[in-house]
Design a protein around this ligand. Structure first.
Ligand code: SAM
Ligand code: SF4
Ligand code: SF4
Length: 338
């Protein structure tokens, strides 16, 4: 398909697409899918509601024709979706796409890393919030220690995948792990990204007071390491990156709360059941699954996605207050991925 660039109401181009392939997860991280809210009786999407791989591929191609250069697969836990390497293969063959990544809790990487690499995956972001087994078990809500994740990281490296680590920092929960995690990642040549705790969804009981800001973490790091500021690699780069002086290892921050980056946000999201979200903090998405299942042509899909993006005026993080965090209806993160 020929490539067109489309812009939203604030002149932001469409560049990135995050695809959630499943809303289920083998963890119950307390900041994402708290175990008391996502219990045994929680109704996840039935299989028939999920986009098929053919449908995902079709939508992804349309997105690429409208300017998307990077696709990231996420969830829920994306590695729980059956035969994920098949989807990776389909997506990595899309002409005009520069980059495909995956965000995972890492537990299933020992089984899947090589298959994913062979299918065309380049990079994985593995989420790990602490190296302390007991604390990790508490955070993931399943009592699972760090070993499966560390094994997953090792398997990804062995398979030749690029690996970055995501660490969500919540005050009083794992801020004591900032330096141990920084040490571990630096010593193992892994780029660590500190993510500010966000008010995604409405189940995690978020409070501004629970956020440890980029600045606070940066000050802690400065006491231990010499850091050099790196310029953003491209428009819309959300991570603020630093280099540990005299090494080839970087460390980054995703300061979604304290230094919002809405003005350069080029991301769209596709939920597992085929709804398009133009912001992580939307309440509702725009259906594309039934539209396709009712026979929409590629031209019609292009027109629909173009009009969704042209109408986008989201800038939630610029406007966030305690009030909006509490009262606004927002989709759960496990449903559309991070
Ligand atoms: N299950 C995969 C994983 O954990 O990597 C992929 C989906 S998860 C929703 C994607 C990312 O969102 C993870 O790095 C996770 O730590 C992050 N995340 C989840 N809830 C968050 C919150 N409340 N604030 C900030 N980041 C969050
Ligand atoms: Fe699952 Fe990832 Fe959410 Fe944790 S952050 S509950 S691993 S989807
Ligand atoms: Fe993008 Fe919405 Fe996040 Fe702003 S709040 S950076 S518009 S996803």
């Amino acid at each position: 398909m020929e490539k067109t660039i489309i812009k939203d109401k604030f002149d932001r181009p469409l560049r990135d697409l995050r695809i959630s392939v499943i809303d289920r997860c083998n963890f119950r991280c307390q900041y994402c899918m708290p175990a008391d809210q996502f219990g045994d009786d929680f109704e996840f999407l039935p299989r028939s509601a999920l986009l098929t791989y053919e449908e995902i591929e079709r939508v992804a191609k349309v997105f690429v024709s409208l300017g998307v250069e990077k696709i990231r697969l996420t969830g829920g836990e994306p590695l729980l979706r059956k035969d994920l390497p098949l989807l990776v293969e389909k997506i990595s063959n899309i002409e005009g796409l520069n980059d495909i990544g995956l965000t995972t809790n890492g537990v299933l990487l020992p089984k899947l890393a090589q298959k994913l690499k062979d299918a065309g995956l380049k990079r994985v972001n593995v989420s790990l919030d602490t190296l302390n087994d007991e604390l990790f078990g508490q955070i993931n809500g399943r009592g699972i220690g760090t070993k499966p994740v560390l094994d997953g990281i090792a398997a990804a490296k062995k398979a030749g995948l690029g690996v970055k680590i995501n660490m969500v920092v919540k005050k009083g929960l794992n801020d004591s792990e900032i330096i141990p995690m920084a040490d571990y990642c630096k010593n193992n040549g892994l780029e660590l990204r500190f993510i500010e705790y966000m008010d995604v969804g409405s189940t995690n009981g978020w409070k501004m007071d629970d956020v440890i800001t980029k600045k606070q973490i940066y000050m802690m790091l400065k006491e231990h390491y010499q850091l050099e500021n790196l310029d953003p690699a491209y428009f819309g780069e959300v991570a603020k990156l630093y280099n540990y002086k005299d090494t080839n290892v970087n460390v980054g921050f995703i300061p979604s709360v304290s230094e919002s980056f809405c003005s350069s946000c080029t991301r769209s999201r596709l939920s597992a059941n085929g709804q398009i979200f133009t912001c992580l903090f939307n309440g509702n998405g725009h259906d594309i699954r039934n539209f396709m299942r009712n026979g929409a042509t590629d031209e019609e899909l292009i027109t629909r996605i173009t009009s969704i993006w042209n109408g986008r005026d989201d800038r939630y993080s610029d406007e966030r207050t305690e009030e909006t965090a509490k009262n606004r209806k927002k989709i759960e993160m496990s449903y559309i991925g991070g």
